[in-house]
Design a protein around this ligand. Sequence first.
Ligand code: ADP
Ligand code: MG
Length: 243
Amino acid sequence: MSLNLCIISGKGGTGKSSVSYGLGCAFSLMGKSVLLVDLDEGLHCLDIISGNDAEVVNDLSDIIDGGSIDSAVYKSEIYENLKLIPAPYNTGVINYVNLSALCKRLDGAFDVIIYDFPAGIDKDKLSAVGNDAQFLIVSNMDKVSLGDAAAIRNALPKTKYEPRLIINRFYSEYIKDGIFSNIDDMIDKSSVRLAGIVPSSFEIATLSESHKFHKNSRSLSAFKRIAGRLSGEDIKLPKIKKI
Ligand SMILES: Nc1ncnc2c1ncn2[C@@H]1O[C@H](COP(=O)(O)OP(=O)(O)O)[C@@H](O)[C@H]1O
Ligand SMILES: [Mg+2]
C-alpha cells in the first residue's frame, strides 16, 4: 500500500502545487518512489513546476477511463524516482467513479502518491482516494486562509488518518513584529493538527524556472521535516527564526 497524500485547501493559491512538488522532492531524496498526480483540470501546473511540460503528450484524461498508466507518466530529470501524471487539458473529465478506480490502480505501485487537488470542497473528488487518504490542508498565515482550512477540515470525508495542516508562505517577521500572534494561535484558528511550516521563499517562487532546490536550503529542509513526520518520525519544529 502507498502513502496516499491529498494536498487540498479551502482558498485558492495557498501553494498546494508548490507544496506537492516540494514534498515529492523531499520523499525522493529520502529514497522513496513518488508519483505526483495533478488533479487541477484545465490548468497544467505541476508539469511546469517539474520541468516536464515540453514533453507532455498524454495526460490524466488518457488514462482515467482505463488506458495504460505508463502512457501518461513522466519522469523528473532531476529527482530520482519522482514521476508525474499531468492534469487533464480539458475540464469535466474527473469524477468520483473514474478517479476512485484510478486511485485503486495506482495504490501500491509507488511508496508515496501525492494528489494535488484544486481548491475548494468537492466532496465527490475528495472521497475518491478512499479510506487510505491522508488530507494535508495547505493554508497561509492569515485569518481568512486559516478559517477556510477549518471549514474544509469539517467537510472532509473520514479516512483512517487525521487531516493535518501545512502552513505555507510563513514569514517569521510577522510573528516577531506582532502582526500575527504566535504559531499556537494560528494552529488553533484552523483547528487542524500541524504537519509543518514552509517558509515564504524565492526558491519556491521560482521553482517553475529552476525545478530544483539547493541542498539543505530552508525550504527543502521544511519539506524534509514534513516528509519525515508523515513517515512517522518525531521531528520537532525548529525555532521560528530558523523556519
Ligand atoms: N512558500 C512559498 N514562497 C514563495 N512563493 C510561493 C510559496 N508557495 C507558493 N508560492 C507561489 O504562489 C503562487 C501560487 O502557488 P501554487 O503552488 O500554484 O498554489 P495553488 O496550487 O494552491 O494554486 C505561485 O506563484 C507560487 O510560486
Ligand atoms: Mg495548484
